[in-house]
Design a protein. Structure first.
Length: 220
């Protein structure tokens, strides 16, 4: 299954470190970051899970839930959590899905549907494509997908920046330019005509080109 931006994130039931969930019900009307791992007790993932735990208050401020997945049993996740706390200073403070039957990994296109078996006997290299980050909106639709190689740790500060952009552009008819950070200028969306823009931005805008209309960041 190939998931594209704008697709509804597939619903599923799963066991997690915080008990059983049905994904859409767990998500509710929040945003979510869903990030996956090929196996427990792997070095790069250990650093990622600890850093995400440290950043979780920032996601909470943005009404964004965090959920992880690893292709191993929940019992292993709990033991791994001790290592993460010891080495990174923070244990996961969000649910971790145990995808022992590979169902969620297949549902999200991270492993091929025709693959047989369970997590037993599979190595991290066998599951190397289970390295996704997805941002999912309150409408249950996929807003971002990034797939990382096993050798490159993920940048969760960038994920926070993207969430800030997504939430801003969902509330206002704007887009954010390259390397945008909260407080920077933004671009009036192409779907807004000049006549509409004059009503929204009576002070006008800067336009180095007719299609590039720059204004201060709007606020709620």
């Amino acid at each position: 299954m190939t998931l594209r931006l704008g697709d509804v994130a597939p619903d599923f039931e799963a066991q997690t470190t915080e008990g059983p969930i049905r994904f859409h019900e767990w998500l509710g009307d929040f945003w979510a970051v869903f990030f996956s791992h090929p196996k427990d007790f792997t070095p790069v993932c250990t650093t990622e899970l600890g850093y995400m735990a440290r950043l979780k208050p920032e996601f909470d401020k943005r009404r964004t839930k965090v959920i992880g997945l690893s292709v191993d049993p929940v019992e292993n996740h709990r033991r791994w959590s001790d290592d993460i706390k010891e080495t990174q200073g923070h244990a996961p403070n969000y649910p971790m899905i145990g995808d022992t039957e590979l169902k969620v990994s297949k549902l999200y296109g991270m492993l091929p549907n025709e693959l047989d078996g369970t997590c037993d006997g599979r190595t991290a290299a066998d599951n190397q494509t289970v390295r996704n980050v997805l941002i999912i909106g309150p409408d249950k639709k996929i807003k971002l997908v990034i797939v990382y190689p096993m050798t490159t740790g993920r940048n969760f500060d960038e994920i926070l920046r993207v969430i800030d952009s997504l939430q801003l552009t969902a509330a206002h008819r704007v887009a954010t330019p390259v390397n945008w950070k909260p407080g920077d200028e933004v671009i009036i969306a192409g779907s807004v005509s000049d006549d509409e823009a004059r009503k929204i931005y009576p002070r006008g805008w800067t336009a180095p080109k007719p299609y590039l209309r720059i204004v201060p960041q709007p606020h709620a």
